[in-house]
Design a binder for this molecule. Structure first.
Ligand code: ATP
Ligand code: MG
Length: 171
C-alpha cells in the first residue's frame, strides 16, 4: 500500500520540507565553484571514421560531465570565425576547409581542472609528438586532421562555449 496515503497531513508536510531541504543541500554541496568548463570538438576526420563513440567513452571515463553536445556542420565562415586567432598562419585556409568539409560534434565539458585535463587527454597537436594513450596519438591522421579540439585557456573557453551553445543548451 502507498505509505504516504496513510500519513497525516503534518507528516506529508514534513516529508515535503525534508525533500526541499535535501535538494537545497545537494545544490550547496556540489561545490560548483571548483568546477570548470571547457569547449571541445570531435573533428571531421574522427566523425567520418565513426570514432565519436570511442572518444566520448574516454571523455566520460576521465570524469568529465557532458553539459552540452550537438552534431553540426560548420560553414566555411563559421570555421574561419572560430579559428580567427590563426588567420595569419600558413595552414589557416586548409584548416578551415578541413573543419567545414563534414559534420563535427561540439561539446561543453565540465569537471575540476577541465581545460588542462581535456588538453592532456587529447595529447599534443602533432600526433607524432603525442603521449601514448592520448586521443591524438591513437586516432589522429596528421597534424591538421587531429581528431579533436580543446580550449587552451579560460578566456578561450569563454569565447568558444557561447560561439556554439546558448545557456539553455548547457545542462
Ligand atoms: P586546437 O586549437 O584545434 O585544439 P591546438 O591548440 O593543439 O589545437 P593550434 O596551434 O591551436 O593547436 O592549432 C589549431 C589547429 O590547427 C590544430 O589542431 C590543427 O588542426 C591545425 N594545425 C596546427 N598546426 C598546424 C600545422 N603546422 N599544419 C597544419 N595544420 C595545423
Ligand atoms: Mg588551439
Amino acid at each position: 500500500m502507498n505509505q504516504s496515503m496513510n500519513e497525516p497531513p503534518s507528516k506529508k508536510l514534513d516529508n515535503l520540507r525534508a525533500g526541499v531541504l535535501s535538494e537545497m543541500f545537494s545544490f550547496m554541496t556540489k561545490s560548483e565553484e571548483d568546477m570548470e568548463r571547457t569547449f571541445a570538438i570531435i573533428k571531421p576526420d574522427a566523425v567520418e571514421r565513426k570514432l565519436a563513440g570511442k572518444i566520448l567513452d574516454r571523455i566520460e571515463a576521465k570524469g568529465f560531465s557532458i553539459v552540452g553536445m550537438k552534431k553540426i556542420k560548420l560553414s566555411r565562415e563559421q570555421a574561419e570565425g572560430f579559428y580567427y586567432v590563426h588567420k595569419a598562419r600558413p595552414f589557416f585556409n586548409d584548416l578551415c576547409a578541413f573543419m567545414s568539409r563534414s559534420p563535427v560534434i561540439v561539446l561543453c565539458l565540465e569537471k575540476e581542472n577541465a581545460i588542462a585535463d581535456w588538453r592532456t587527454l587529447m595529447g599534443a597537436t602533432n600526433p607524432a609528438n603525442a603521449e601514448p594513450g592520448t586521443i591524438r596519438k591513437d586516432f589522429a591522421v596528421n597534424i591538421e586532421e587531429n581528431s579533436s579540439h580543446g580550449s587552451d585557456a579560460p578566456e578561450t573557453a569563454a569565447f568558444e562555449i557561447p560561439y556554439f551553445f546558448s545557456t539553455l543548451e548547457l545542462v
